[in-house]
Design a protein around this ligand. Structure first.
Ligand SMILES: Nc1nc2c(ncn2[C@@H]2O[C@H](COP(=O)(O)OP(=O)(O)O)[C@@H](O)[C@H]2O)c(=O)[nH]1
Ligand SMILES: [Mg+2]
Length: 388
């Protein structure tokens, strides 16, 4: 074997340095869903959050000549790499925008489109999990968090927001956000935050829960503080300034300058740090182990899957779990017909895991459907006097 330079260099690095290098190259996958009405400050916020122009200011703006036309709703995906400094692990961020959301005369279909989009991603994940031959290029498109932009009307949530939030929170970690924080006085901001959180509680909307299992006092205090800050009041800007050698986004006014990143002015930094730092892994884990698993359990139960959905979720979902060592409950065995006796044996010897069994069950159902079709066809041929 011929060793090239990079191989020789790699052999000199410690395992930790190699891991770090690999992470630096690959980045951490994270998918962010952005929902809110036109003009609520989404595009400006996203560009500020990513510290680059991911989207042109006017990309999704409705042209004046079309202002009387319902825009419908689109699902637009973008990809951007976020790097804070040269030594930090980059975040390979997928952003899903939903232009047109809430801007139609009849908005009831908007949330259905978004829910359909998430469920399609869930479906694809389930299919991938169930297939015997895994696709190494499979791209998991399930959103890890949804930022829900609420226009501060000083009246709390609108009916449409309540409906949308109730449906969304079943599928994705939702964080409520008020944009353009600088356009409100401190008192107006407090009032809007209080009314919005009051409506969220009154309607039993399960927004993302920042609370922690940790016994660490600092982590508990942080979670409590994040909860009390909700909804996060953020801002966006295209103007930048260097203050104490650090680049910050600003908005200039007659009364002074607003610094987007300053925690005395907005909750922008609090939200950014939670998303890309303190809660990045928690958001990913919660979206997979709690939200997706719950959807999957309901889906398998409603599809009449013979596998006990609880067993799949409890044994299958945990990262690193090994199907092959899982002991399955009796319901599966009871549902097997005589033709599957040998499968039961295989199953007892732990050669097959739930994924394989699910696939077999699917194929079995397909075969039963073909057999029924064939029988039907034979009957029809017989009835028309043609001897099958
Ligand atoms: N005062 C203020 N205006 C903002 C802020 N963010 C966006 N805007 C303005 O609000 C309007 C709509 O912003 P945009 O980001 O396009 O909202 P989107 O339609 O929800 O994507 C534009 O005129 C922006 O300049 C902010 O933080 N403060
Ligand atoms: Mg816009």
């Amino acid at each position: 074997m011929i060793l090239d330079n990079s191989m020789i260099q790699n052999s000199l690095l410690s395992p930790e340095a190699l891991r770090r290098r690999k992470n630096l190259k690959k980045g951490i996958d994270f998918t962010l869903l952005v929902i809110g009405q036109e003009g609520s400050g989404k595009v400006s916020f996203i560009n500020t959050l990513c510290n680059q122009t991911v989207l042109d200011k006017d990309t999704f703006n409705i042209k004046p000549e079309h202002s009387s036309v319902s825009p419908g709703i689109d699902i637009v995906k973008l990809h951007v790499n976020i790097t804070d400094d040269k030594d930090s692990t980059p975040i390979a961020l997928d952003i899903v925008m939903t232009p047109g959301f809430g801007d139609n005369i009849d908005n009831s279909r908007c949330i259905t489109r978004v829910v359909d989009f998430i469920e399609r991603e869930f479906d694809q994940m389930l299919e991938e999990e169930c297939s015997i031959q895994r696709n190494p290029k499979f791209k998991d498109g399930r959103p890890h968090v949804a930022l829900f932009f609420i226009k501060p009307t000083s009246r709390g949530l609108r009916e449409m927001d309540v409906v949308a939030l109730k449906r969304l929170t079943k599928l994705v970690n939702v964080i409520p956000v008020i944009a353009k924080a600088d356009s409100l006085t401190d008192d107006e901001l407090k009032l809007n935050k209080r009314l919005i959180m009051g409506d969220i509680r009154a309607n039993k909307i399960n927004i993302y829960d920042f609370s922690t299992d940790s016994q660490d006092n600092e982590a508990i205090a942080e979670a409590q503080w994040l909860f009390e800050t909700l909804p996060f009041a953020v801002a966006g800007s295209y103007e930048k300034e260097y203050i104490d050698g650090k680049m910050v986004h600003t908005r200039e006014y007659d009364w002074g300058t607003m610094h987007v990143e300053d925690t005395d002015h907005t909750d922008f930094t609090t939200l950014r740090n939670s998303l890309f730092g303190s809660h990045l892994e928690e958001l990913k884990t919660s979206s997979h182990q709690v939200l997706y698993e719950s959807w999957r359990r309901d889906k398998l139960a409603s599809d009449g899957g013979v596998l006990n959905a609880n067993t799949i979720s409890s044994n299958y979902s945990k990262p690193g779990s090994k199907f092959t060592s899982t002991v399955h409950p009796t319901p599966y065995v009871e549902n097997l017909t005589e033709s599957n006796v040998s499968l039961t044996e295989l199953f007892k010897t732990d050669i097959l895991g739930p994924t394989t069994l699910l696939e077999i069950e699917r194929k079995k159902k397909q075969m039963e459907a073909y057999m029924a079709d064939l029988k039907n066809l034979e009957m029809r041929l017989r009835n028309t006097g043609i001897n099958a």
